[in-house]
Design a protein around this ligand. Structure first.
Ligand code: FAD
Length: 459
């Protein structure tokens, strides 16, 4: 095989792991580069592939959830991230949450054992001069590579925003006499809930406002990502912003009082044994001693030991609509494909899904075949079409959501219409896979469709 046909995948995160496996399974010769643990990013802690740097959730699973549709599509394309997630799953109500250690260890094993992938533990500092390249270096792309990419991509198309991670506390230090178990409304009891009275809430809000930020000056002009705003910014926006945001109590009743608390801090298990719990939606970049004070202000966490503090990072992404085709190829350099956060998506799942498509198209290009785009009614098809056609003058990273696929009109409850959109997307994706990429197609018995009645789903 000549050097020209090699697929170089740079970065073994969520996107790169998927890309490498998808390309190898289509018969490409793949070289996968990852710089960790030799050179770490400010957010990662291990050398494992697909490390989850903050929450351990890959999003809601139900047919009414846009991430649920993306998960269903990925399972059908033999996604390595979904395979590892299914094995490492921890209870989290209607969400697909995983034991983060087990998850990334399993992704590493699956990728390393895939024939056709050569792994190199090194930092890539410039684009490989030949072959097909999948750029999957994520929001924390190393400086040397980011500098060298500017020779191909104009400076004005490098964009950035803040992202933050939430603290994690040790389970045995949570006061079980204060917290109560329960999910919102009919969700299973997988969460621990710290109930706050208005007095508690006021104290917490005040403590957050008083706390010291840890933000270097050069970041101050940057924007937050609206889907992941730190608690200090929410608290600054208004007294009740947290109560109507991550601390909303709706659907949660404290069994001891029989009433809905004024506000609730939810904790989600990080591991199967329930030893580690993360504070849901509580991402923060405050100074660590101040985080400790704030966490211990929360009822039930007075003696909590924080095993991982919240951190904030400057995330780099590209102005996708100015640069990318829906195949994820760079318009100015079509042998280079971009995936993950760098390509302008937000979220673990979206990063993995775009990685899968970039890997597929890299393999097709290496074999002289035409790159493909999934159907527009599929969530992945909707995402990549959005990336390549959104407004380039104010482009923001995008999560999976129902606005990315054509809606189904007509009467009927929103949930039922979404179930129909889910079913339509799954069917279209399945058929497209069978026709264009039979090597990757995988039959899946879809338990999630059980959430919608047959008539809802099929009508
Ligand atoms: C602090 C923080 C918190 C986040 N929290 C969440 C969250 O809670 N939920 C969520 O869904 N998403 C979250 N995200 C956003 C996003 O989903 C994750 O960043 C996700 O990991 C992105 O996947 P990726 O494959 O694009 O990048 P990554 O998973 O970061 O993978 C990129 C890989 O490339 C490697 N790399 C970088 N430069 C080089 C180089 N030059 N040579 C070789 N290797 C290199 C890195 O070491 C890394 O392993 C968060 C992001 C950050 C930074």
């Amino acid at each position: 095989m000549s050097e020209r046909t090699v697929v170089h995948v740079i970065g073994a995160g969520l996107a790169g792991s998927e890309a490498a496996v998808a390309a190898a399974r289509l018969g490409a010769r793949v070289v996968l580069y990852e710089m960790r643990p030799r050179r770490m990013t400010p957010a990662h802690r291990t050398g494992n592939f697909a490390e989850l740097v903050c929450s351990n959730s890959l999003g809601g699973e139900q047919p009414a959830n846009a991430k649920g549709l993306l998960q269903a599509e990925m399972r059908r394309g033999r996604s390595v991230v979904m395979a590892a997630a299914d094995e490492a799953r921890v209870p989290a109500g209607g969400a697909l949450a995983v034991d983060r250690e087990q998850f990334s260890r399993r992704v590493t094993e699956l990728v390393r054992s895939e024939p056709g992938i050569e792994f190199r533990n090194e930092e890539v500092t410039s684009l490989p001069a030949t072959g097909i390249v999948v750029l999957a270096t994520g929001p924390l792309t190393s400086d040397a590579l980011a500098r060298s990419l500017r020779t191909v991509i104009p400076e004005e198309h490098f964009l950035a925003y803040y992202d933050a991670a939430a603290p994690v506390v040790l389970g045995e230090t949570i006061n079980e006499e204060v917290v109560f178990r329960g999910g919102r409304f009919e969700q299973p009891d997988d969460y621990l809930n710290c109930p706050l009275t208005e007095e508690d809430y006021k104290r917490l809000h005040e403590a957050i406002l008083q706390a010291r930020k840890h933000v270097p000056h050069e970041w101050e002009h940057l924007e937050y990502f609206e889907g992941c705003i730190p608690i200090e910014e929410l608290a600054r926006r208004g007294y009740l912003t947290l109560k109507f945001g991550p601390l909303r109590p709706v659907g949660l009743r404290d069994p001891r009082t029989g009433e809905e608390p004024f506000a609730v801090v939810q904790l989600r298990a990080e591991d199967r044994a329930g030893r580690l719990w993360s504070l849901v939606g509580f991402q923060t970049g405050l100074k660590w001693p101040d985080q400790k004070v704030i966490v211990r202000t929360i009822p039930g966490l007075e003696g909590a030991e924080i095993v991982r503090y919240g951190v904030m990072h400057r995330n780099t992404y590209l102005n996708a609509p100015a640069l990318l085709e829906p195949t994820l190829q760079l318009r100015c350099e079509p042998r280079v494909l971009v995936a993950g956060v760098l390509a302008g998506v937000e979220g673990y799942l979206e990063s993995a899904a775009t990685g899968w498509l970039a890997g597929v198209n890299a393999a097709l290009l290496a074999q002289g075949r035409t790159p493909v785009v999934p159907p527009e009614v599929s969530m992945l098809g909707g995402i990549v079409r959005f990336l390549s056609t959104a407004r380039a003058d104010n482009f923001q990273p995008m999560n999976a959501n129902w606005g990315l696929v054509p809606s189904i009109g007509g009467k009927g409850e929103k949930r039922a219409r979404r179930a129909r959109m889910y079913y339509r997307g799954v069917m279209a994706f399945e058929q497209w896979l069978a026709e264009t990429l039979p090597e990757l197609a995988c039959a899946v018995a879809d338990a999630a469709l059980g959430g919608a009645t047959d008539s809802e789903a099929r009508s």
